[in-house]
Design a protein around this ligand. Structure first.
Ligand code: CTP
Ligand SMILES: C[C@](O)(CO)[C@H](O)COP(=O)(O)O
Length: 219
């Protein structure tokens, strides 16, 4: 069965606030994005990797690959207006049947075990996402105040989110709504349930400068 991963790195990184797009920032002397591609190559030497990058950053990425002698094989697709549109552009490069993972380029600390488990489970369940427990007390904001809710009713969602290729193509043929913040929400909009698999706590999304500090500590 063909296996693909669409690694999305087409965002603006506004919350990071750095001149250099966050996917290119170094953690331990290596750009975040290279670490992310390497872990997927470690998972599967034959995995077809599709990297989604803004058109304006593709030349720089090529130069960076030469500078770091980065040899993980991949093809590049153009970033879109939102994450949804970036995934859709990447998906256009997936031909035929198989399993397609979608992963944030800025989650370099996903474990090979989590990746493998998600792809394995997707053979049976067709739509699998990694999640972790909420470890703090949660409050729901109401109109007038706020109230504690049970943390056991919630999970934190990670990537890679792995799907049957045809199912994902059908899902991404739907019209975009701002409610689509991940791939599971797009698939669920067709009435399909997603299966929850264990994620790994280190699999943080590098979003703010604080996350870079945590990332360095995780090496
Ligand atoms: N138009 C977009 C927006 C986001 N992403 C990707 O989706 C992942 C999750 O998004 P996030 O980390 O929130 O990135 P940004 O949207 O870039 O961050 P911000 O909201 O701070 O601008 C990232 O790998 C990001 O590059 C993308 O490929 N295309
Ligand atoms: C896909 C995702 O990383 C799952 O947690 C998340 O939904 C991305 O959201 P963001 O608002 O674009 O960071």
């Amino acid at each position: 069965m063909n296996r693909y991963v669409i690694i999305v790195a087409g965002g603006k990184g506004l919350r990071m606030g750095s001149d250099l797009p966050k996917q290119f920032l170094p953690i331990g002397n290596k750009p975040v994005l290279m670490r992310t591609l390497e872990v997927f190559r470690k998972f599967d030497a034959n995995l077809q990797i599709i990297l989604v990058l803004p058109l304006a950053q593709q030349k720089f990425w090529k130069q960076l690959c030469e500078k770091y002698r980065f040899t993980v094989e991949h093809v590049v697709a153009d970033g879109g207006e939102t994450r949804f549109h970036s995934v859709k552009n990447g998906l256009a490069q997936v031909q035929g049947p198989g399993l397609v993972g979608v992963h944030d380029g800025v989650r370099p600390f996903v474990s090979v075990e989590v990746i493998r488990n998600c792809y394995d489970l997707a053979k049976q369940y067709k739509a699998v996402i990694p999640v972790i427990d909420v470890v703090e007390t949660l409050r729901h904001l109401t109109d007038a105040a706020s109230e504690t809710v049970s943390r056991n009713d919630y999970k934190l969602v990670q990537t890679p989110q792995v799907f049957d290729a045809e199912l994902l193509r059908q899902a991404y043929a739907q019209e975009y709504t701002p409610f689509f913040t991940d791939d599971a929400s797009v698939v669920e909009a067709m009435g399909v349930s997603v299966y929850l698999a264990p994620g790994n706590r280190e699999n943080i999304k590098i979003t703010t400068p604080f996350d870079l500090k945590i990332g360095s500590a995780l090496l």
